[in-house]
Structures are given as C-alpha cells and as structure tokens.
Design a binder for this molecule. Structure first.
Ligand SMILES: *[C@@H]1O[C@H](CO)[C@@H](O)[C@H](O)[C@H]1NC(C)=O
Ligand SMILES: *[C@@H]1O[C@H](CO)[C@@H](O)[C@H](O)[C@H]1NC(C)=O
Length: 390
C-alpha cells in the first residue's frame, strides 16, 4: 500500500459499559455481558459477541463466494490458516520510489489484544528500510530495533497462535534505485535480512516479508535471482522462518500467474523443500485496484481462482493475501466479505489474509479498520472480516 499523507495516531480507550456496538461476550471475555436497552448481545463468532442495535443479528453478513476453490485433497500445510490486519506506522512516508522522509510512528499495542480477542491471528508490521538500517547495507539501528521489537512482541504475546509478518516496506528500492538492477546490491539487500535472522531466525511465528510491492522492474527474472540470493543467505544465517516472496506490479495477485510467478516458482530453499517459501500477493477491490477509494467494484474471486489454479499446477505452492481492504461502505462490506470467504475456502493454497489497515492510521483514513476511540470496531471489520477470521 502506498499513500502520501502522514496521519494522526489513534490511542484506543477501553470503556467499561456495554453500550451499542460494544463487546458483550466471547471466549476469554471477562467484561459485562448485558447490553443497553435497544441493543441485543449478538454472537459474531466464538470469540466475539457485540451489542448490536435492535434484534437483528448480523451473522449472515458475509455472503458465500460465487465460486468455490478447486479441491486439493493431497495438499498439506505447515502453517495454520491465518487472518488479521496490517498495523501500519513504521512505514509512514516511505514513497513508492523507496525514499523515506519520516520518523516512524508506533502502532498502538492495545490493538493486538483487541483484534486477537476477536479471532485474528496475523499481524503484518511494516517498516521503512531506512529506519532499520540508516546506512544502506549497514548495521541495524539498535534503538529502532528495540522499538520495533516491542511492537512485534506485543503482537506475539496477544495469543499463543499469533503470527507476525515483519514487512520491509520499500518497493524493491532504496532512495529511487532498484535492488539488483542499478541500485542496492543483492548483498546489501540480504544484509538486513541476515541481521533480522540473527534476532528472529528461530521463532517460527515470525514470518519474513522480504519486500513490499516491487514495481516497474526492468527485469522480473533478475528480481527472481535477487530473491534466490536472499533466500540462500537467510538460511545460511540460520533462519527457519517462513519467507514471503513478492512478485511484480505491486505484488499483484492478478499478474502473478503470467508475470512473476513462472520465475518465482523456480526459487529453491536450502532447507530442501519449498514448503516455507510462500508467495506474497496483494489485491484491492476498487475501480483501479489502488486501494484508495471508499467503494468496491469487485470481489476478486475470479482473480484469486486463477491464482489458485496456477499455484496448484506449479507444485502445489501457497500464497498469502497480505494486503487487501476497502472503505467502510456497503459495496466493500459485500465484496470484501465474498473475497475473504473465498480465501478461507481456498486454504491451504491461500494461507490467509491481512487487511489494510489499522495501527497508527486514524479511524477517518479511507481504508481504516482502526477501532474508534470508544473501542468499537469499524463496520467493514465487523461485517466482512470477523466472520472470515480463522
Ligand atoms: C463510538 O464511536 C463511533 C465513532 O465516533 C460512533 O459512531 C459510535 O456511535 C460510538 N459508539 C458508542 C457506543 O459510543
Ligand atoms: C521519491 O519520491 C518522493 C515523493 O514523490 C520525492 O519527493 C523524491 O524526490 C523522490 N526521490 C527520488 C530519489 O527520486
């Protein structure tokens, strides 16, 4: 995801009474279970009941997908089905040319326990390359790493089965130059990941998001060679982690089968199996697939069906939809609900999803699923996401 404005940090405030839209039950819930007059405590899933207006439960909010995934009786998965959200902030002001002019904003850690209580088990935490290693190819800044790690640990500690994607959010670039194609060398790129491997290499609940949204690459084949170099180096550094490999055209799920996919399926893992190499894809639902409009025009089931077929025909590989989302509008509640229901049906070929975005985004941001200041969730999250969490 790219955006130009730096937005205000939201600090969530928990409230004690079960007024309209508040939680009123679910596994692990210790607060009140009665709702104010005019609302009904409605079970949305095992983990979350909410005081909804009137007597009409919204458990039917997510419609069934229009197409079901091909059956995959022989495919197994080392990783459980994942669903959750991007918690943005450390990436604020990274431009699509890989330049960075910000300072990083910490996502409010209260969101992790909030969303995990609702059933989420995946948090993607983007960061600017320049914050982690202020000098290209240099050592990790220990002060920033400590700050970032506090956020990662808060996410991991929100539940025993929670996974985190450490997301290097730089569009395959550093200050306008493309990795391995005139810009940073493959060794400079691999350096940040071998250092992160030294910190997180033995924690299998930390997934390495090798690069966010490569785009306008002179050679996709050369980019695939760069990824192979990083995979080899990261394993040599002792990493056992799942690695997310991004294609081209902003990690497009749509172009993956014809553009980057044919190259990326040839990448090998020194671990001896490709089971821990997952493909990283993004897809929005608005008119130009940019994720900048409040309204949605597609549920993407056709695009994802084509992707699933490609993955199954090329070694039964797996992908994760690490960015998707829409506005808090009726069209997006319908389309996103259908998309996420399809993703759920296509496990394990599609491992899961993370919605763009919460974290330090204000609730007024067009694609925001950041909880309101009074602790209530956005309508899109309630109607389209919660019903499709693992
Ligand atoms: C919580 O805040 C949202 C956004 O300001 C508002 O729409 C909603 O009515 C509030 N709910 C409660 C229970 O105060
Ligand atoms: C990158 O893009 C930003 C935002 O458009 C611009 O201000 C900056 O000059 C660009 N930097 C390079 C090196 O192209």
């Amino acid at each position: 995801m790219f955006y130009s404005a730096v937005l205000l940090v939201l600090v969530s405030v928990a409230v004690a009474q079960q007024t309209e839209w508040e939680q009123c039950g679910g596994i692990g819930w210790t607060g009140g279970t009665t709702c104010v007059s005019g609302t009904v405590c409605t079970e949305l899933n095992d983990y979350y009941s909410q005081c909804l207006p009137g007597a009409a439960p919204s458990t039917t909010a997510a419609p069934s997908p229009t197409t079901s995934a091909p059956s995959t009786p022989t495919q197994t998965s080392l990783i459980p089905r994942l669903g959750g959200v991007n918690t943005a902030g450390y990436d604020f002001s990274v431009a699509t040319n890989g330049s960075f002019s910000g300072t990083g904003v910490s996502p409010p850690v209260s969101q992790y326990s909030h969303f995990t209580a609702e059933g989420a088990n995946l948090y993607r935490i983007p960061f600017a390359w320049q914050l982690m290693t202020p000098t290209l190819g240099g050592t990790i800044d220990s002060s920033f790493f400590s700050t970032y790690d506090t956020t990662v640990q808060a996410a991991l500690n929100s539940g025993p089965n929670v996974y985190v994607i450490v997301d290097l959010h730089n569009y395959a670039r550093w200050n306008g130059e493309i990795i391995g194609q005139g810009g940073p060398t493959n060794a400079q790129f691999a350096s940040i990941w071998t250092q992160i491997a030294a910190e997180y290499g033995s924690n299998e609940r930390i997934i390495f998001g090798i690069m966010n949204e490569p785009h306008d690459l002179p050679s996709v084949e050369t980019w695939s060679d760069t990824l192979q170099y990083v995979v080899t180096q990261v394993r040599a550094a002792g990493s056992q982690n799942f690695l997310l490999l991004p294609g081209s055209s902003y990690s497009s799920a749509q172009t993956f089968p014809t553009e980057a996919g044919p190259y990326l399926v040839t990448i090998t893992d020194p671990l001896g199996t490709t089971d821990k190499l997952l493909f990283d894809v993004h897809k929005y639902l608005d008119s130009d697939n940019s994720g900048t409009h409040a309204d949605c025009v597609t549920n993407n089931v056709d695009v994802l069906t084509t992707l699933v077929q490609f993955l199954q025909e090329n070694g039964n590989r797996q992908a994760i939809l690490s960015e998707t989302g829409g506005g808090n509008t009726a069209s997006c509640e319908t389309d996103l609900g259908q998309e996420l229901a399809y993703v759920q049906s296509a496990y394990p070929t599609l491992v899961g999803f993370s919605i763009w975005a919460a974290g330090a985004f204000d609730p007024t941001y067009v694609l925001s699923v950041t909880p309101n200041a009074n602790g209530t969730d956005q309508p899109l999250w309630i109607d389209a996401v919660i019903p499709n969490l693992p």
